[in-house]
Design a protein around this ligand. Structure first.
Ligand code: UGA
Length: 443
């Protein structure tokens, strides 16, 4: 095993982006990944998911010998002083976060540290939690180290939440709005400040509980903005106001800000739905009223329902009609279809006995493997033109930039009835009308 400064546990989204970006800053890292197939893929230079810029940077890091992939956690603990924990924290049936993978990594670290300490004397390790974890997790892990560390020496546990978005993860990591360091000791702060020494942004140093809460509060607030604008959008529909202009008018107010005010089919993905459920579960546990967040979840859950109402209003009978879903991923520039609104919309259309055709530039393979039963009832097309040919209506569900470049005149000319519902407020209505669409309707 080569000598590295940093070990990263888990080569998922957060882990791999963290490792590759830190390698680009000159650090030497190893990434510990248990999944053999993922490991082989990474060693051959490929990520298990699509993220712009990532594979190029991975190739550079590997070429410069700054990144290594291993399933040998012992070597990683032995070699690095800084251990980033980036494993998954998926939701349990009650909505709370499943921390078994985080605990497993800590047990592994303690086991190897105890072994190592029999032979060596040094300052011990800094374990940094980057996974999104409930408040109190770093504190519990520290207690675990103190109680069961058995000769493992001084292990410090810090929280360093990540705020990157899929699709722009590299840029978000390299140019963060802030870096949050939650720590109980000066050594942890100094080590993390040194890791991030080249980043030009505010660094907030606090205790671990506060750092963990910053992550949940940030995601919940962003999700609240989205559900809020979606509620306003429904009102706009009823009173004939234009939601895009309303959002723009609000966004000019610096206290509100223009971001995360795009109305549409609602939020999906692996973060917002999971983190909101986890935070509301914490609220219920501590008897704190979190109805506001429950409403945010409720408004979001109803978005596909609203879309169906609108479709029925516009297309009347859906049974037997062919409806095309353009976009399956929960947002553009990713192949991630976890918790994607498209699955819920497809389910509802099939229930109405419509024929569903789908096309997505990157997410079709993942969609088929994540929703096999649903996919068996959908026809997947090779491109957007083929998907829309002889269809009765199109629903645009993901704002992929390539969809803007389509020849919409050619598409409308080949449809049974040129109807499109833009569930992302993405395409220009005037252009659609010019292209022959009877109605460039929105939701
Ligand atoms: C989100 C946060 O934005 C990141 O800061 C955070 O680090 C990450 O979760 C995480 O916890 O790991 P992500 O889920 O990748 O990032 O994607 P976003 O860009 O936040 O979009 C989430 C969902 O909200 C998407 O379905 C998107 O289409 C939707 N959205 C976003 C809207 O409907 N309207 C908007 O105005 C913005």
């Amino acid at each position: 095993m080569v000598n590295v400064e940093i070990a990263v546990f888990g080569a998922g989204y957060v882990g791999l982006v963290t490792a590759v970006c830190l390698a680009s800053q000159g650090h030497r890292l190893c990434v510990v990944e248990k999944d053999r197939a993922k490991l082989d893929k990474l060693r051959s230079g490929h990520a298990a998911f699509y993220e712009p810029e990532l594979e190029g940077m991975l190739a550079d890091a590997a070429g410069a010998d700054r990144i290594h992939f291993t399933n040998n956690s012992g070597d990683a603990v032995h070699s690095a002083d800084l251990l980033f924990v980036c494993v998954g924290t998926p939701p349990l049936p009650d909505g709370s976060a499943d921390l078994s993978q985080v605990e497993e990594v800590m047990k592994t670290i303690l086991k190897h540290e105890t072994e190592r300490k029999k032979h060596e004397e040094d300052k011990g390790k800094l374990v940094v939690i980057k996974s999104t974890v409930p408040v109190g997790t770093a504190y519990r892990l520290k207690r675990m180290a103190d109680l069961y560390g058995n000769g493992a020496g001084e292990i410090e546990v810090a929280s360093n939440p990540e705020f990157l978005r899929e699709g722009s993860a590299v840029r978000d990591f390299m140019q963060p709005d802030r870096i949050v360091i939650g720590t109980s000791g000066e050594r942890g702060e100094a080590m993390l400040r040194s890791v991030y020494r080249n980043f030009d942004c505010p660094v907030l140093v606090t205790d671990t509980n506060t750092a963990e809460m910053i992550k949940y509060a940030s995601n919940s607030f962003l999700a609240t903005k989205i559900s809020f604008i979606n509620m306003i959008s429904d009102l706009c529909d009823k009173v004939q106001a234009d939601i895009s202009i309303v959002a723009a008018g609000m966004g000019y107010d610096k206290r509100i800000g223009e971001q995360f005010l795009k109305a549409g089919i609602g939020f999906g993905g692996s973060c917002f739905p999971k983190d909101l459920s986890a935070l509301t579960a914490v609220g219920r546990k501590h008897h704190v009223k979190v109805e506001l967040l429950e409403q945010v979840i409720g408004v979001n859950r109803d978005r596909p329902l609203r879309l169906m109402e609108k479709l029925k209003e516009e297309m009347w009978v859906l049974k037997g009609k062919t409806i095309v879903l353009l976009g399956l991923t929960f947002k553009p520039n990713t192949d991630d279809v976890r918790d994607c609104p498209a699955a819920s919309v497809a389910e509802r259309l099939l229930k109405e006995q419509a024929n569903v055709v789908a096309y997505d530039p990157a997410g079709m393979a993942n969609f088929k493997s994540l929703y096999p039963e649903l996919s068996a009832r959908i026809r997947f097309a090779d491109d957007a033109y083929e998907a829309c040919r002889r269809s009765d209506g199109i629903v645009l569900l993901t704002e992929w930039p390539v969809f803007k470049e389509l020849d919409w005149g050619r598409i409308s000319a080949n449809m049974e009835a040129p109807f499109l519902l833009d569930a992302r407020h993405f395409l220009e209505e005037a252009k659609l009308k010019q292209a022959g669409f009877i109605r460039g309707s929105r939701t």
